[in-house]
Design a protein around this ligand. Structure first.
Ligand code: ZN
Length: 248
């Protein structure tokens, strides 16, 4: 019945909100209602009827602003931020939000430890980068076990006050996520979470613990998260600086 017309080039518009602004592409076409799409890169596309006025379009975006911002935050967590780690002298490594310099010493058995502003890795003279990498990864894992066990206590107490019982919390190296909550209600955390400051560690813990009751990022989930941790958006923004690391 209808012949397909070539897509009109998108118009770029911006809607200013109280605390943020939303930039989006407008695509006009043969449709009766507006449709919003947020792409994994965070770009927003608004598909609208051909004759829609700019005010009407802006209004659509304003009405759906919370959903749009939430989708952007959701996709944000999958985006890599840091270049691949090379495990060489002088490289910057992070622990609980502080920066340390990697220092490789050629006398030792492949162990890493903090020394002042350095993360010192002691290896045998014949060892290659893989040994350094293994030592750094093992160090992060042992730090994560200690830090997460320590932070889980107050976070679980917060959740307990809202009737959520303690699930099992395990560490799991994930290439694209800080944490997740399995269908059975087990919480998995990325050991590299300890590169971020403690308040961000707490945020990921509480976020995943909220999923024990509400598996999806729906209204009920955000309501609970906001009740338990009202300043979560600030912590979330802070965490964005830290990754996730694809390789570490
Ligand atoms: Zn989540």
């Amino acid at each position: 019945m209808s012949t397909r017309k070539p897509k009109a080039p998108g118009e770029r518009r911006v809607v200013k909100l109280e605390q943020a602004s939303i930039e989006f592409h407008v695509v006009r076409g043969d449709r009766a209602r507006a449709r919003l799409v947020v792409r994994p890169g965070g770009q927003v596309e608004v598909r609208v009827p051909k004759e829609a006025s700019d005010d009407w379009i802006d209004d659509v975006v304003k009405r759906r602003r919370r959903w749009i911002l939430r989708q952007q935050v959701y996709f944000e967590q999958f985006r890599p931020r840091e270049p691949e780690r090379r495990y060489v002298n002088g490289e910057t490594v992070r622990y609980l939000g502080r920066q340390y310099t990697l220092r490789i010493r050629k006398h030792g058995q492949g162990k890493a430890h903090l020394k002042g502003r350095y993360l010192e890795v002691c290896v045998r003279p014949s060892d290659d980068l893989e040994v350094v990498r293994d030592a750094v990864q093992a160090w992060y894992r042992s730090r994560a076990e200690e830090v997460i066990a320590r932070r889980a206590e107050p976070c679980l107490a917060l959740m307990h006050a809202h009737g959520i019982e303690a699930p099992t919390i395990r560490l799991l190296r994930m290439t694209r996520r800080w944490g997740s909550c399995t269908g059975k209600g087990h919480v998995l955390l990325n050991p590299y979470l300890v590169i971020a400051p403690t308040d961000c560690v707490d945020y990921v813990l509480v976020h995943e613990l909220c999923h024990v009751r509400h598996p999806r990022h729906d209204e009920a989930f955000y309501r609970l998260l906001t009740t338990v941790m009202p300043d979560w958006p600030r912590r979330r923004r802070r965490l964005e600086k830290y990754g996730p690391f694809l390789t570490l």
